[in-house]
Design a protein around this ligand. Structure first.
Ligand code: AMP
Ligand code: GLY
Length: 425
């Protein structure tokens, strides 16, 4: 099997590394890829959002499957265009990717099918939104842009003034452009968060090992929200009992709801969950693998990922037994100083071998490029240093040891990845 992966971050590096282990996979291609991915796959300089460019590349390479990993091309209909051109794919079509592309759609779906989530209302009019805030008079209040906003479209307002400003910035000032022309105001939920990625062929749903993201930039969950500064798997908050509840009340009903709406979801559906005092509720759906969740989930997968891709495409996932290792995995993200705000790039990375790896861990490259045999930083999140071991503490120790051997100017990483999970045990 030859596979073209669309994307170029740590998630795509983890997908490439998992497929590389498959006896079935002959050639891996990636567009655009990055410095680390180029050790595993032939990379082509086509942007992940360039639908026509990717279709053209697929025509040239003629892969057996195209794996579309990031949210924006999925929401924009890249899978539809690839299917129209005769290619088999992994990832949802646009009419199913809308589950991430529009929060008013996903909230409406949950309301219609009784899937537990925070109470909410949708607004396009500032006056009506502000009247609703006054009437609810409950803080913190959660204000979300309807569409994709690079993970920045959620504002947790601590009082009326902040909430009113958030509404104004989205609906009137156009802070998130078209993505914020419609907003969702929802109830604030409390409890530990769990990420559960699930394979689905539109009928069956097979949850993967649970994980925990660390979204804030600094230790003790301080600083701005980021794409994710580290992850661990499995998540100790996600007990067997909660998993069984999620399966019956959230996972199966979501897959069935999408099918009943004529929007069968094929690919990986990401459930962002909060374990509230009233039970598990959906915070958000993503139409794809999470980043950096993938980096800790796929190393624990024992079944061949290529077999899963085939059974999702052929819609016989129910018959496939998916196996997971009983180990733990931890990923520490090394970012450019200043991320998620302004940062510099082009810094030489020390401590990596010629394939971009470091002994004792697996280094997933997020924002790097290879120039004249040297790895240089090329993004906000630079590396996801990942280790697997018999328990979480051992995995963290291995990952942090490798982190201490890697260096670049102004490198920043959190020292407390997995701390909360260890306290939970
Ligand atoms: P999202 O981009 O939707 O994942 O939201 C980003 C983060 O905001 C989530 O990971 C939660 O920590 C927080 N969040 C979103 N919605 C709520 C809510 N209704 N109640 C409490 N926290 C929330
Ligand atoms: N790590 C969260 C996400 O991929 O959206």
């Amino acid at each position: 099997m030859n596979i073209l992966i669309v994307g170029g971050g740590g998630r795509e590096h983890a997908i490439a590394a998992s497929l590389k282990k498959s006896a079935k996979v002959e050639k891996l291609y990636c567009a655009p890829g990055n410095g680390g991915i180029s050790a595993l796959a032939e990379c082509f300089p086509v942007k992940a959002t360039d639908i026509d460019g990717i279709v053209e590349l697929a025509r040239k390479l003629n892969p057996d499957y195209v794996f579309v990993a990031p949210d924006d091309p999925l929401v924009a209909g890249m899978v539809d265009k690839l299917n129209d051109a005769g290619f088999k794919t992994f990832g949802p079509r646009a009419n199913a990717a809308i589950i991430e592309g529009s929060k008013s759609f996903s909230k409406g779906l949950m309301k219609k099918y009784g899937i537990p989530t925070a109470a909410y209302e949708v607004f396009t009019d500032e006056e009506k939104a502000v009247a609703y805030l006054r009437e609810q008079n409950s803080y913190p209040a959660v204000i979300k842009a309807d569409g994709l906003a690079l993970g920045k479209g959620v504002i947790i307002a601590k009082d009326f003034e902040e909430a009113r400003d958030a509404v104004h910035s989205m609906l009137v000032d156009g802070k998130f452009g078209k993505s914020g022309a419609e907003i969702v105001i929802e109830e604030f939920m409390t409890g530990p968060e769990v990420s559960v990625l699930a394979f689905t062929d539109g009928k069956a749903v097979k949850p993967m090992i649970s994980s925990m993201d660390h979204k804030r930039a600094y230790d003790n969950d301080e600083g701005l929200n980021t794409g994710g500064m580290g992850t661990i798997a499995p998540n100790p908050c996600y007990t067997d009992e909660i998993a069984a509840e999620c399966m019956e009340k959230i996972f199966k009903p979501t897959i069935k709801a999408m099918a009943d709406e004529g929007r069968p979801f094929k690919g990986c559906l990401y459930f962002g969950l909060m374990i509230t005092p009233q039970g598990a509720k959906v915070v958000e759906y993503n139409c794809r693998f999470g980043d950096p969740e993938t980096q800790v989930v796929l190393p624990l997968l024992e079944t061949d990922l290529a077999d899963i891709i085939e059974s999702v495409w052929n819609e016989n996932l129910a018959e496939l037994d998916i196996k997971w290792s009983g180990e733990s995995c931890a990923c520490v993200v090394m970012a450019s100083g200043g991320y998620p705000e302004k940062y510099e790039t082009g810094k030489e990375i020390g401590g990596l071998d010629e394939t971009g790896q470091c002994a004792g861990a697996y280094v997933y490259h997020a924002g790097t490029k290879l120039e004249n045999g040297k790895f240089l930083t090329a993004g906000g999140r630079v590396l996801g240093v990942t280790a697997t071991a018999e328990n979480l503490q051992a995995a963290l120790d291995k990952a942090y040891k490798a982190v201490s051997e890697i260096s670049f100017d102004k490198a920043h990483y959190r020292r407390d990845i997995g701390k909360r999970a260890l306290e939970q045990k």
